[in-house]
Design a protein around this ligand. Structure first.
Ligand SMILES: [Zn+2]
Length: 91
């Protein structure tokens, strides 16, 4: 199917690299869930990653999952991996 934005037949308008090239990418999304079972936390993580790829394929993300008593340390470790706070790692 031909892209209705640029005319290429290698992708469609939803995945067109020119689709939102002039729209600023300056927003972020932070969320925390608790009172979860281990299974629920894994299911939520997997579903969020799938939805992220579908809804915002250009977005970068990082997540931390674990027992809530371990989370503050794990979050700190994840933030250290990001370097100077100017971005995040793609999963
Ligand atoms: Zn296109």
């Amino acid at each position: 199917m031909r892209c209705s934005i640029c005319g290429s037949d290698k992708h469609n308008a939803r995945t067109c690299p020119l689709k939102d090239k002039d729209i600023p990418r300056d927003h972020a999304f932070w969320v925390k869930f608790d009172n979860l079972t281990q299974r629920e936390s894994l299911d939520l993580k997997n579903r969020i990653e799938q939805d992220k790829d579908r809804i915002a394929p250009k977005a970068r993300g990082t997540s931390v999952r674990g027992k809530k008593t371990e989370l503050p340390t794990r979050i700190q470790e994840a933030l250290k991996l990001l370097g100077g706070g100017n971005g995040s790692e793609k999963k």
